[in-house]
Design a protein around this ligand. Structure first.
Ligand code: MN
Ligand code: MN
Length: 467
């Protein structure tokens, strides 16, 4: 072939074609090191915040260290002021007032801090066959077979009638005991092995193993009594107190580097701390932004964003109304001009299950934070389908900041799907699109993300707030 024609065609392809950029191929050593360094802070956040309550508490501490102060309704706000609103200890709003008129809108990044887990039921404690157990109700979309025979920790609170609230954490210190869910031995597992994955472990088998030692001298339910006595000694609680408790079993494992090249992070709760943490660091890094900026860390996303700590609660618009009123703006104008990145994870292409993805429209590992124009199911039902104009605006700020990012669908259209908080924000007349980190084994007790992708999320949210 004519060498000149070949070169021309190559040049044209370079100008006209689009392909994803691999972070490692496109970055110098310093940028790669920055991504690895950033992961250290993220992994510390993961280990210290396994529930929405813990994530709220830790995020408040981080915000206070960066000069954020508690906001109360009706408070007079100042340009440059940094505020947080702690909604019931499970949902957090952080906002910084920019120098631009409030009518130009607010830059909002919204992630969620609840994750799939096993919640303890209201009358949970029982004894059977020489063991004591807690009954559980699973929270969010879990694949039940993944939660048996792994070390679990108990996290949460017990609220007592006298108004006091007791914090419970068992299983996080190396010297702590863990709890556990039994599974069948293969020797007797032939019937179970014939069942579909979804039904092989029924929900009512997800019972937390708590102990096996009887209380000395007790004639009835002696093992249960012994557990009650241990809990009473440590936390001052009695059985009736379980009626008013938020207790959850979560994986006891800590976040760790995965892979011999340490390019990946394994942890419980990447969905959606892997977006929550970059939203926070981006907010703290963009103090000089002229825009009013807001980070929302929502609860209840995994169960439909219902409840007064979820994104379907009126609190977001109440806060926008309060901010608008304090700064003399117009509520409808502020909403109409606001822009939101719904910061939630998406599926990452997994070659072990290649056929569930649509290869031309899936997020690839190390190709950066991923934008989903739409989520939902089937024929785009139940989704905020972000408009082309807004996506073009996001493309522009990403390009200006040099952020490596990609676009990606979750998987093959007819296989299932999922939702995010995007549609609950967009319905208030706010431009919204999903942007988040691709995850391998999403919703499993131990999920995988790439350090490069986490770092690009931080860069993307920073660009969004700054530019
Ligand atoms: Mn999520
Ligand atoms: Mn999820």
């Amino acid at each position: 072939m004519d060498e000149q024609k070949k070169a021309q065609a190559e040049e044209l392809a370079g100008q006209l074609s689009y392909k994803k950029t691999n972070f490692f191929e496109a970055s110098d050593e310093a940028a790669i090191q920055a991504a690895y360094d950033y992961a250290t802070g993220y992994m510390d956040y993961l280990n210290r915040a396994k529930t929405e309550r813990e994530a709220t508490r830790l995020s408040v501490r981080m915000a206070e260290a960066h000069g954020y102060t508690p906001y109360t309704f009706g408070m007079k706000l100042e340009v440059g002021g940094k505020y947080y609103y702690n909604n019931r200890g499970r949902n957090l709003y952080l906002f910084r007032i920019g120098s631009e008129p409030i009518d130009s809108g607010i830059r909002i990044a919204a992630a969620h801090i609840d994750n799939p887990r096993l919640d303890v039921k209201q009358s949970p404690l029982y004894e059977d066959g020489g063991f004591a157990f807690f009954k559980t109700r699973y929270y969010g979309g879990i694949r039940k077979y993944q939660w048996v025979t792994i070390p679990l920790a108990l996290h949460g609170v017990v609220a007592k009638k006298d108004g006091s609230v007791v914090d419970v954490v068992i299983g996080e210190e190396d010297a702590d005991p863990v709890i556990y869910i039994n599974d069948l031995l293969p020797h007797l597992g032939q019937e179970q092995s014939q069942k579909p994955l979804a039904t092989a472990i029924p929900a009512e088998n997800l019972n937390l193993l708590l102990g096996s030692r009887p209380y000395p001298g007790a004639e009835k339910d002696a093992i249960k009594l012994n557990i009650l006595s241990i809990l009473h000694e440590k936390y001052g609680i009695i059985e009736e107190d379980f009626l008013s408790a938020d207790l959850s079993a979560v994986p006891a494992e800590k976040a760790r580097d995965v892979g011999l090249d340490r390019s990946l992070i394994g942890s419980y709760g990447h969905d959606d701390r892997v977006c929550a943490y970059p939203c926070l660091t981006a907010l703290f890094d963009t103090d000089a932004s002229a825009h009013t900026t807001m980070v929302i860390l929502a609860d209840k996303e995994e169960i439909g964003s219902d409840g007064n700590t979820g994104m379907q609660c009126d609190l977001m618009t109440d806060l926008i109304a309060e901010i608008t009123a304090s700064l003399g703006g117009n509520f409808a104008t502020v909403k109409a001009n606001s822009k939101c990145l719904s910061a939630d994870v998406t599926a990452c292409f997994d070659p072990n299950f290649a056929d569930v993805y649509e290869r031309r429209n899936v997020s690839m590992i190390n190709c950066g934070v991923a934008m989903s124009k739409y989520t939902g199911h089937g024929g785009k039902s139940s989704t905020n389908d972000a408009p082309a104009e807004y996506i073009a605006w996001v493309r522009k700020i990403m390009a200006e900041a040099g952020v490596i990012w990609q676009a990606g669908d979750m998987g093959r259209t007819d296989l299932g799907g999922g939702g995010t908080v995007a549609k609950y924000i967009a319905k208030h007349n706010i431009e919204t699109v999903d942007l988040g980190v691709p995850v391998i084994s999403m919703h499993a007790p131990y999920e995988i993300v790439s350090k490069a992708d986490v770092y690009t999320a931080h860069e993307a949210f920073s660009a969004f707030f700054r530019l």
